[in-house]
Write a protein that binds this ligand. Structure first.
Ligand SMILES: O=C(O)c1ccccc1NCC(=O)[C@H](O)[C@H](O)COP(=O)(O)O
Length: 264
C-alpha cells in the first residue's frame, strides 16, 4: 500500500497536467529576493519558520478562521525568521492567494510549502512571491530532484530539501543541498517523533548543510532537543495556528543555536 505522500504526489502530477493544458499565463514576480540561508547564517537563536496551516491530512481542520496577512504580521512581530505557507488546496486548504497575501503583508523570506513535482509549480511559487521552495527527496527521483533544484536557483529561489531517512539524505548530499529539513512526521502512520531529527541531524551537520527540524514542535523542550541535534531552524505549524497567545508561545520557543565547525 502506498503512503499518503504517494497519493498526494500522484494527485499533484494530474494537477500539473491540467495546468499545462489550460495554458494559464504565469506572470513574472519582480521584487527583491529575501534569503532564508542568510537568516540561518546570522541567527543567534534557533530560527523559527512559522507556518500558515489551515488544515492537514493528519489533523483535518486546524484553524480556518485566521487571515493569512494578519497571522503573518503577528509572526513577524513575534520574531519569525521566515514564514511558511501551505499552498496545496485539497490536502491543506491552502492556496497561492494565501501566499500572495502574506507576501504583501511582511518583508520576511517566504517558504512555499507544497509538493513540487514540476517546474511549472516553481514558476507559480515565484510568481506569488515565494523566496524558498520545498523539495521532498522521497517524492522525487534523483534526476528530477536535481533538475528542480537547479531550476529554482536559476529563478532566484532557494530550496529546502526535505528528508525522512538516510536514503533521502544521500540524495540531498548528492545535489549539494545547503538547507536540509528533517521531517519528524512519519507519512505512513502520521506519528511525530523528534528522534528522527536526533538520529539524522548529526549526519546533516557532517555534510555541512544547515538543518531545519520540521513538524511536531509543541514545547520549548522540543526546540532544545532540535538545537542539540544541530538544528539552525525549526518549522512550526499547528502549535502556532492554535495558540491562544501566539506571542507567549513564540517566546518560549526562543532557544540559542548550537553552532559547530562544519557549518558553511
Ligand atoms: O501535516 C500533515 O498532516 C502532513 C501530511 C502529509 C504530508 C505533509 C504534512 N505536513 C506538512 C508539514 O511538513 C508540516 O506542515 C510542517 O512541518 C509543520 O508541522 P506541524 O508543526 O506539526 O504542524
Amino acid at each position: 500500500m502506498g503512503t499518503i505522500l504517494d497519493s498526494i504526489i500522484e494527485r499533484k502530477k494530474v494537477e500539473v497536467e491540467e495546468l499545462r493544458i489550460s495554458g494559464t499565463e504565469i506572470p513574472e514576480f519582480t521584487s527583491k529576493p529575501r534569503s532564508l540561508l542568510k537568516a540561518l547564517r546570522e541567527a543567534s537563536n534557533v530560527a523559527i519558520i512559522s507556518e500558515f496551516k489551515r488544515a492537514s491530512p493528519s489533523k483535518g481542520d486546524i484553524n480556518l478562521s485566521l487571515d493569512p496577512a494578519k497571522q503573518a504580521i503577528l509572526y513577524a512581530r513575534a520574531g519569525a525568521s521566515a514564514i511558511s505557507v501551505l499552498t496545496d488546496v485539497k490536502g491543506f486548504k491552502g492556496s497561492f492567494t494565501d501566499l500572495k497575501k502574506v507576501r504583501e503583508a511582511v518583508d520576511l523570506p517566504i517558504l512555499c510549502k507544497d509538493f513540487i513535482v514540476d517546474q511549472i509549480q516553481i514558476d507559480l511559487a515565484h510568481s506569488a512571491g515565494a523566496d524558498v521552495i520545498l523539495l521532498i527527496a522521497s517524492a522525487l527521483p534523483l534526476g528530477k530532484l536535481s533538475e528542480l533544484y537547479e531550476y529554482a536557483y536559476e529563478k532566484g529561489l532557494e530550496c529546502l530539501v526535505e528528508i525522512h531517512d538516510e536514503t533521502d539524505l544521500e540524495k540531498a548530499i548528492h545535489i549539494k543541498a545547503q538547507m536540509i529539513g528533517i521531517n519528524n512526521r512519519d507519512l505512513k502512520s502520521f506519528e511525530v517523533n523528534l528522534v528522527n531529527t536526533e538520529k539524522l541531524g548529526p549526519l546533516v551537520k557532517k555534510a555541512g548543510a544547515f538543518l531545519i527540524s520540521e513538524s511536531g514542535m509543541k514545547t520549548r523542550d522540543d526546540i532544545v532537543r532540535a538545537a542539540a541535534a544541530g538544528a539552525s531552524g525549526v518549522l512550526v505549524g499547528e502549535t502556532f495556528m492554535t495558540s491562544a497567545d501566539l506571542n507567549e508561545t513564540f517566546q518560549t520557543f526562543t532557544v540559542p543555536v548550537v553552532r559547530d565547525h562544519h557549518e558553511g
